[in-house]
Each structure stands twice: as C-alpha cells, then as structure tokens.
Design a protein around this ligand. Structure first.
Ligand code: ATP
Length: 370
C-alpha cells in the first residue's frame, strides 16, 4: 500500500497541511482539485523531489519519507514529461536502467517488449524532438516503467492531448496496470479521467484534503459546497430551513421562489431557520411534459415550478438548457438542465422564451451546511 500520513509541506508562502490518503497495491488513486491547490507539490514530495516538513510516506510497508528519489522504488512522470531532447526514444527509455548500471542484454529484450506494449517499437531509433503529443506520452510512460518499479506517479499526463488520443491512452494505462501489476497515483483536473482510471479519489483545496474515498461515494455524497461544485453539482442555491420532519427537510429557496423538500439527508446539524445550500446536478432536473401542466397550475407546489428558457446549448446527444425561475428573486439566477436525447419524446422542441414546468426530485437534492 502507498500510505500518506499527515504530510505537511511548504513552497514559498504556500502550505499543504495534514495530507492523508492511501492507495492499495494494484489500485489507482486520483488526486484532484482546482489549479494551485497543491497537487503537484504533494506528488513531488512523494517522489522525493521536495522535502516533507512533517508526516510520513510509506510504500509497501517501508518508510520512504527521507529516502533519496532513486531509492524510493517508484516512477514519476512530471507534467512536462522531461524527455531528453538530445537522446533517441530508446536512449530515453534505457536511461533509468543505465543509471542503475542494470542494462544487460536481457534488459534490451524487455525494453523491446515494453515498447511493443506501448506501441512505439517503430520509434525507438527516432529523436524525441519531433514526436507527436501521444508518442511523447508513450515514451515517457515506457521510460518510467522500464526500471520495473511498481508505483507510478503521473502528473496530469494526458491533459494536452485531444479527446480520442486521451481515451486511447487511458485504455493503454489500464492494460499496463494489469499487465505489470502497477499501483498508480494520478493528478488530474479531468473528472472523466479520474472516474475512468481511478478507484478512489482525494479532493484537495488550498493545500488541505476536503474529502477522500471511493470515487462513487465521493460523487454521490460530496462533503460540502466546494466538493459538490468540483464533482459536478452545477446548480447550488442559498436556502433557509422551514421545517424538520422525520423523513425530510422543508426549505424555502428565495432565488428559485419555491419551497423544496429534501430527503436523503441527515437533519442532525439543522435547525429551523438554518441557512443552508441546496444543490442538484443538471442531469437530475426533470422536465414535465406540457400535457401534464394544468391551466390552474395545481401541479406547482414543493419541488415543482415554472421556468423560462433563456439559452439552449446543443450537445452531441441532447441539450443543455439554461432556465430562469419565473417566480424567483429576478436576480440572474439560472438553472442548468442537462436534457438527454431520450427526453425528447416528452417535449419535442425547445425554444428561447418557452415556459416549462420543472421538477427537482426530493431524493436528488443535496443539502449542505457550510
Ligand atoms: N517553488 C515554489 N515556490 C513558491 N510557490 C510555489 C512553488 N511551487 C509551487 N508553488 C505554489 O504552490 C501552489 C500549489 O502549486 P501546485 O503546482 O502544487 O498546484 P496544482 O494543484 O498542481 O496546480 P495545477 O493544477 O495548476 O498544476 C501554487 O500557488 C503555486 O504557485
């Protein structure tokens, strides 16, 4: 296991404090957070390029906190890849083994096999200067894996690549992980990448861990408003607690001009009149078919209200609608609804200015006290 225990570090005026998380052997863990939150500094400290102020780093039961980088038995691929431009692809890949004075004829065969697995056999004698982005990534991964270390640290490895190439390399990385039994710690901004590659995630903000755990749990139960925003809860609004019931909490949300019932929430920290934040993912907003809207508006009640369509964005499949609540506080509050292709049977056409009845299902609402 890679076990990071209460790691503290400093770079200039920036401090990362009490960073703790663990990655089981053979697992993949994603370190995520906004730009400047300290992800690279944490990775560099684990790699041994930066000194920890306090805390411990264990890899496979060994305390590696103070070991020099070359004794940590790990591979590190920095954001800029740091390929040697004056060397060929093969010389780059062999570099680590040469440093370890471990380049036997058997190792040459292993490198050929590794290059084959990474699809760069035909590039081995080329200079790294004119490689494409994807070829550079494959070369950097080969160089990292060649010495046979089983812990791979990757700093935003695929961020500069276009979507199709990124997906191809995700699949390649998964295959290599299984083939070579590698444990991976990856820094990424990209939630899709984190969810595709990793089993667990740690979200850090301003140098502190906000939430760490299984990726599904973190996605389904973000700990606070900041984590919710980061994990894709696009719609977040201030509200006030009106009533606490056994199975739900009743809120009033001025910006939406409506009463909301929220289930799936613990009311322990709540009191009547508590200020809270309520949120919903864009894909969980439900549009009601026009035929179900009664002229007397009797359908409009808790969790259901009319909105006007302000903007429509086309997606590859479906649409994003930006909706203004008709009875809200008339501030420029917009709800983002992500309408999948299969909803079009209900409402065949959308247009700006259209009035729609929407529903925010009580069990899909998040409630935060922060
Ligand atoms: N050597 C340094 N001296 C002073 N400050 C530094 C140094 N290195 C990094 N920082 C600062 O520390 C903070 C965290 O940097 P870090 O590179 O870890 O962020 P990050 O989360 O990896 O960001 P990004 O996602 O943009 O790469 C930033 O504010 C950065 O400017």
């Amino acid at each position: 296991m890679l076990d990071i225990q209460t790691l503290c570090l400093r770079a200039g005026s920036f401090e990362a404090k009490q960073i703790s998380f663990s990655v089981p052997v053979g697992g993949c863990h994603a370190l995520v957070g906004a730009t400047g939150s300290g992800k690279t500094l944490v990775l560099e400290t684990i790699a041994g390029l930066r000194k920890a102020q306090s805390g411990r780093i264990y890899w496979f039961g060994q305390d590696i906190t103070t070991l020099p980088p070359e004794q940590r038995k790990l591979a590190y691929v920095p954001q800029d890849l740091a390929l040697f431009p004056h060397m060929t692809v093969r010389e780059n890949i062999e570099y680590g083994l040469r440093m370890q004075k471990n380049l036997s004829s058997g190792k040459h065969a292993e490198i050929d096999k590794l290059a084959h697995s990474l699809g760069i056999s035909h590039l081995l004698d080329r200079s790294t200067k004119n490689l494409s982005g994807g070829e550079r990534q494959r070369t950097a991964l080969s160089r990292a894996l060649a010495p046979g270390n089983k812990l791979l640290l990757l700093d935003e490895p695929f961020s500069a690549l276009h979507e199709a190439m990124r997906r191809e390399l995700w699949l390649l990385l998964k295959t290599l992980q299984q083939q070579y039994g590698i444990t991976i710690l990856i820094v990424t901004h990209d939630m899709e990448e984190a969810f595709f590659l990793a089993d667990s995630v740690t979200f850090i903000s301003r140098g502190s861990v906000v939430q760490s755990g299984n990726k599904h749990h973190v996605y389904q139960c973000p700990k606070n408003t900041e984590a919710a925003k980061f994990f894709g809860v696009q719609n977040l609004f201030s509200a006030e607690v009106v009533d606490l019931m056994a199975d739900k909490v009743k809120l009033f949300c001025p910006s939406l001009g409506t009463t909301l019932h929220v289930t799936n929430t613990s009311s322990e920290q709540l009191q009547k009149k508590s200020a809270v934040t309520v949120g919903i993912r864009a894909e969980n907003i439900v549009l009601k078919a026009e035929s179900s809207v009664d002229e007397s508006d009797h359908l409009v009640g808790a969790n259901q209200f009319f909105c006007t369509v302000k903007h429509i964005y086309q997606k590859r499949k479906g649409k994003i609608l930006l909706l203004q609540p008709s009875k809200g506080t008339k501030m420029e509050i917009l709800l983002e609804a992500d309408i999948a292709g299969d909803s079009f049977g209900k409402i065949p056409a959308f247009f700006v200015g259209q009035e729609l009845l929407i529903s925010l299902p009580a069990e899909q609402l998040f409630l935060f006290v922060d």
